[in-house]
Design a protein around this ligand. Structure first.
Ligand SMILES: [Cu+2]
Length: 217
């Protein structure tokens, strides 16, 4: 072997070494709906959990303000709690009805500046819609995830796209990062490989958008 190929080989090895010892991986997912996008989407990295115990994580706070739940998608660990704080001058309610998961919840009425506490009971990977019986337009979704590595993005009215990034500390665990899961209201839950291009998002049997996933350099 001549000296030039040897030199090239050593340059290649030198170039690859830092990448394999990187401390974190950042996954970027781009969601594009063709029309009528949902209000928010959720992305997570399956198999990268668990969280700290639910008691240490503490409740996730959802604000009831201007007759809107904020955030639109709340995320908790298995058995996690959601604290609903009423910031409006009128009463709000929190309820959920999900026949598939056997959920029939009603937290009653919350007075202005009071907090209603919900303890989640459904399995990880499931998302349950909640509403207010007084204001039917108020809705949010509560996701129980078995990993803290997730991202939520709102999709503002009039827009069709969301870009989400999740950074995963790849050096602290042996779990190989191979796929991501996308959840969107009323759409089929979608798990795709990293990277992947333009996977259809399905709602009621129809393609309503696409998901593309890549790992950032
Ligand atoms: Cu209400």
């Amino acid at each position: 072997m001549s000296r030039v190929p040897l030199l090239l080989l050593s340059l290649v090895v030198f170039h690859l070494a830092p990448a394999s010892s990187a401390a974190a991986a950042t996954i970027e997912a781009t969601v594009r709906f063709t029309r009528a996008a949902p209000p928010a989407v959720l992305l997570w990295l399956p198999g990268t959990g668990p969280w700290k115990p639910a008691a240490e994580v503490g409740p996730t706070t959802v604000e009831q303000l201007a007759e809107t739940f904020t955030p639109t998608i709340a995320v908790v660990p298995p058995g996690g709690k959601v604290a609903f704080h009423n910031g409006d001058p009128q009463q709000h309610n929190v309820f959920a009805l999900d026949a598939t998961l056997g959920i029939d919840t009603d937290l009653g009425l919350g007075a202005p500046d009071s907090t209603l506490m919900l303890t989640t009971s459904w399995p990880a990977g499931s998302v349950v819609k909640h509403g207010c019986k007084i204001h039917p337009q108020m809705q949010l979704w509560i996701a129980v995830l078995d990993t803290p590595f997730y991202a939520v993005s709102d999709i503002p009215d009039g827009t069709l796209e969301a870009v989400m990034r999740v950074t995963y500390p790849s050096s602290t665990t042996a779990v190989p990062l191979t796929s991501v899961t996308l959840w969107a209201p009323r759409c089929e839950t979608l798990t795709v490989k990293i990277p992947s291009e333009l996977t259809p998002i399905i709602r009621k049997g129809k393609t309503v958008g696409t998901l593309s996933v890549r790992e950032l350099p």
